[in-house]
Design a binder for this molecule. Sequence first.
Ligand code: FAD
Length: 466
Amino acid sequence: MTAIWWLRRDLRLDDNPALRAAANAGQVLPVFICDDSVERLGAAPKWRLGLGLEALIQRIEAQGGQVFLRRGAARDILLELAQAIGADTVVWNRLYDGAAIERDTAVKTALQEAGLSVQSYNSHLLFEPWTVETKSGGYYKVYSPFWRAVCDRPVAAAHAAPNVDWASPSEVQTDPVSDWALGAGMQRGAEVVQAHCRIGEDAARARLDHFIGCHIADYKARRDFPAEPVCSGLSENLTYGEISPRRIWAAGQAAREAGEPGAEHFLKELVWREFAYHLLFHEPSLPEDNHREGWDDFPWRGDSEDADRWRRGCTGIRFVDAAMRELYVTGTMHNRARMIVASFLTKHLLTDWRLGRAWFEDCLIDWDPASNAMGWQWVAGCGPDAAPYFRVFNPDGQAEKYDPEGTYRHRWIAEGADTPSDTALSFFDAVPKSWAVSPGDAYPAPIIDLRKGRERALAAYEARKG
Ligand code: FAD
């Protein structure tokens, strides 16, 4: 008996229900398919996916197995492969964005019609979206009641990696992962970004252990200070499934039971991710369409030179530029900084949130379809449970509060500094030559007067209401 394990966003052996089911069924053939969902990814998440995949391939090869890699339509490849090796079962872990659900439903029907047994499992979430309902049977659009509905629910225990009898059939061909050129879109210095990545399941577990051991106690009090290493960084690994949310939940719960002051807050943040998936499942157009009514005719600006200066970390507003450079160099950005740059783009620069969402989608190594869409709509004011549009972050005020010593800004801005930091200088190694920037340049003047930008945003908001 051979089972095909269709790998997607679950690049791990630990606590992987589909892999466990496959291992119980017989020999296991892991398959990764480079289909449209992979081809469509932004440059950084596509490149980072390739690194995660290579790490898993090495792990499986060390156990005597082999991951079969194919490019094309999942349905055709799975059918062909199952026939070639005589597999009778195909398993995978579920995904929740509209395109994935549509594809998986069609694949399941085709495989079943061909006589195969098909099973799917939950490994990506703690609480699958359809299992959480309001009292009236709808879905939650506000976070706090969602949290109250799930916080005391039992979460299944995480399982260790199973013993697997790997299949390595000689009759099927596999592509070398390098043939897919998953990093081809990385116009920026990939090696600069890679120095900041933590790839694979061992790295993810080490990250979790380090966070629980060293930072969870300070998490609630210090998590908003972007210069401090208090946050877990686990979003990078969760995105590719290099760690299971159940493992993280269990570690957070144990810390809570041990009386760690930041533990509950950490669990609440994990549940923001769940909430984002809850929303995306029930509103598949969340990445594209304003959630709130009345926003479709808001006078957002389209692309502009201002938006370009924002992308390039060259607005002359130091906190914004520091954050955009952090994004460019590390592929991630601190949560407080994400809120500030998103507010600056959508409010001070009055720019359509979808433009910012798309730039994040291209640059973030932790890009997540649900959290990114929710985060942008939340900041822009048109999303579920959103920050009101009239609450406009002042980036300078935020800098005084959350970066009082200027450590974060110094870490990411070289121009004008007597002794620029290595990280700030590395931005200039990462950017394409066509940007023609150098650490010796004068730091740019602000592209907008913060007070005037705020007034323009509020006027647009008032006009919309009227
Ligand atoms: P920690 O503070 O250690 O939190 C632990 C985990 O909780 C995170 O790994 C993440 O899975 C979850 N989490 C924490 N905060 C949030 C939040 N606000 N929303 C949803 N989940 C959360 N997160 C992504 O993973 N991918 C994205 O593409 C993404 N885009 C965003 C865009 C905007 C405009 C905003 C405002 C937020 C976005 N976030 C996104 C949410 C958040 O910024 C990141 O999850 C967080 O910064 C990740 O760092 P961490 O792992 O150190 O988080």
